[in-house]
Structures are given as C-alpha cells and as structure tokens.
Write a protein that binds this ligand. Structure first.
Ligand code: COA
Length: 333
C-alpha cells in the first residue's frame, strides 16, 4: 500500500493474446478415424471441432505466437519482461523448460524462465505464481503462457479421449500496479491420491518407454471420464465460491466466468451452481475442444478482443485437471 495513492499493489492483467493452429479437425473427420459421430460427441461435450498443430509446429512456437500478441496488447517491450512462466504438460522436450525455448523466440532476454505442470489447472497455478512475484516486488512484468500440443499425447485410436482435446496457446502480461484492478483472490488445491483417474503411465523416469510400452499405447493419456466429470463439477463449484468469498464478493457480482473448457456440460453445471445465467460464461469449446493449460487464456483473449469482457468488470477463472488439481482466480480487469 502506498500512502499517497492508498491503493493496494496488485497483479494487473495488462494484455492478452492467443494462438490457434490453422488445421481444424471436425467431429466428422474423427468419425472416419474411430467409431464415433457428431451426434454422439456434440451433445455430450459441446465440441464440434478442435485445432491441431501442423507437422513440426512446437508448443514453444504456439506459446511464442500467443505471447507476442499479449506483449503487443500490453504495449510492453520484450526486454521489459523479467519473468516468463509457461504452463504445459506437453513440453517441447523433458529438458530444458519450454519457457527457455520460448525466450529467444520472443526476445524476452531479461526474463527468468521456467515451466509449471499442473495440467488443466496450469494457467491458474502459473498466474498465482506471477501474482506472488509481483506482490512481493521480486518481479515487475511477468508473461504467463498456457500452451499445449495435446495431439502429441492423445491415443488417436481411443474414442473415449481423442474426441476431447485440441492444441493452442494463450497468454497474459501481468504487471505490478497500485490499482483497484487486478487479481483480487486465488484459491488452489490438489489431490494426488486420485492421480490414476487421468494420467500418462509411460515415458517418464519411472517407466521409460520401451518397444512394449509403445506397442501397448502406454505413452498416451488415459482417463476415467465419468469419474473425472463428477470431481470436476464438485471442485470447480466449491473452489469458485471460496475464491469469490476471498475477494469479498458474491457470485452475483461476477460479470464473467471464464472456465477451463473441458466439457460444456461441466461448464453449465458450474454456472448453475453459482446461480449465474449461462450467458455470463465464456465458451470456446465448440471450436477449440479442451486445450488443457491453454484453455482459459485462449477464452479470455477471445472475449477481451471481441469486446465482451471490458475494463472494470469482474471475472472468475476456474479450472480442474489431472493431478487432481483445481483452482480459481477472481480479478477485476
Ligand atoms: N463415440 C461413441 N461412443 C462413445 C465414445 C465416442 N467418442 N466414447 C465413449 N463411447 C461409449 C462408451 O464406450 C460407452 O459405451 P458402453 O455403454 O457400450 O460401454 C458409452 O459411450 C458411454 O460412455 P461413458 O464414458 O460413460 O460416457 P459419458 O457420458 O461419461 O461421456 C465423456 C464421456 C468423456 C464425454 C465424459 O465422461 C466427460 O466429458 N468427462 C470429463 C472429461 C474431461 O473433462 N476430462 C478432462 C478434465 S480436465
């Protein structure tokens, strides 16, 4: 708090950006690959199509494209960024961090760079880290990017998962400002006991891939969809209420809900729980599918750029994902 301005030092989102790859994969396309149909997928998920990265297009390429747009929107020069956090579970490689590959692509030469892996909650976890860094004064301008190439960890022969996911990236610039705007509250949680509900078995240090694991498709994402659905609704609803209360607000005072885009029915259940009209929820899932850590910043950027989300409005981000992990952020734009 500064005595002259009497405003709190907050982590303010000063610019947003996103990137979706060009290639579109529709439900009809998928029905030629596995036994499924638009009639099955759309009513159960709200998804009609998803974007798929081009051959050779990396997570760091997509992250850099989204990051560049966020920097432009914020009017911040790359050299001004002192911290770059990339949230992803599909890094370019196990080592080094994807953020280190993004750094030269963006010219954020003065940034400390690292990744965070919290699956679909990754963006909220990363944004919370950015908030802590700027609130303590340790960093001034942070670029937070959620970026995923889910197409690289999907079993394209498994109809229970391959219909759900897509590729893309979203980014925000977070700056320390004495302001009424900015992040008002964040709440997060995890339950590692339930990791086996959504995970990848092989390919890490515990079980490096072998010809057998590859043959058995154990390098790909596995999920118990029905159980995940129930946990997602419960945790997203509860953590939203907690974050809204922490911000000193009531659900009625939230102008926009920007939820993780996992399933339209999950998003609808959360908004119903919060007693919010469906029109308050920003939904991109119809044409993005689930882009994991990228989904919230992509949806945010689209709604900011099309003029739906305006300065001064209150926004709720809420996510749930593998881990299990979950989190919610309440902010004033
Ligand atoms: N096309 C056609 N049939 C399919 C199918 C597909 N793509 N996927 C599954 N089915 C079949 C199943 O084999 C099953 O058939 P059976 O009854 O003969 O065994 C039937 O449809 C019902 O499957 P079920 O898994 O119970 O469906 P569901 O109503 O739970 O819907 C999901 C499946 C994946 C859409 C839903 O569970 C979901 O969205 N869960 C959350 C997933 C998620 O968000 N994960 C990420 C979290 S961040």
């Amino acid at each position: 708090m500064n005595a002259e301005s009497a405003l709190p030092l907050r982590a303010v989102l000063t610019g947003t950006g996103s990137y979706l790859p060009e290639k579109t994969l529709t439900n009809d396309d998928l029905s030629k690959m596995v036994e499924t149909s638009d009639e099955w997928i759309y009513p159960r998920t709200g998804i009609r199509s998803r974007r798929i990265a081009a051959e050779g297009e990396s997570v760091s390429d997509m992250a850099a494209a989204a990051g560049r747009r966020a920097l432009e929107a914020a009017g911040v020069q790359p050299e001004e960024i002192d911290l770059l956090i990339v949230a992803t579970v599909t890094p370019d490689a196990p080592m080094p961090a994807t953020a280190c590959y993004v750094q030269p692509k963006l010219g954020v030469v003065n940034a400390t760079c690292f990744d965070i892996a919290a699956a679909c909650s990754g963006f909220i976890y990363a944004l919370d880290l950015a908030r802590q860094f700027v609130r303590t004064g340790a960093k001034k301008k942070v670029l937070v990017i959620g970026a995923e190439k889910m197409s690289s960890i999907i079993d394209w022969t498994d109809r229970t998962t391959c219909i759900l996911f897509g590729d893309g990236a979203g980014a925000v610039v977070v700056e320390a400002r004495e302001s009424e705007s900015g992040i008002l509250a964040t709440e997060t949680g995890s339950d590692g006991n339930l990791a086996p509900l959504l995970y990848i078995e092989a390919g890490g240090s515990n079980l490096p891939n072998t010809p057998e694991t590859l043959l058995e498709h154990r390098q790909f994402l596995k999920m118990e969809g029905h159980t995940i659905f129930k946990h997602a609704v419960r945790h997203m609803a509860n953590i939203s209420l907690k974050a809204i209360a922490d911000a000193g607000l009531t659900p009625e005072q939230i102008d926009w809900i920007v939820p993780h885009q996992a399933n339209l029915r999950i998003m609808q259940a959360v908004s119903k729980f919060l007693n919010a009209p469906q029109e308050k929820t920003v939904s991109t899932i119809e044409f993005t599918g689930n882009t994991t850590a990228a989904s919230i910043p992509i949806a945010l950027d689209i709604a900011v750029r099309d003029g739906r989300i305006k300065p001064g409005q209150t926004v709720l981000f809420v996510a749930f994902g593998a881990g299990l992990t979950w989190g919610a952020t309440v902010l004033r734009m």
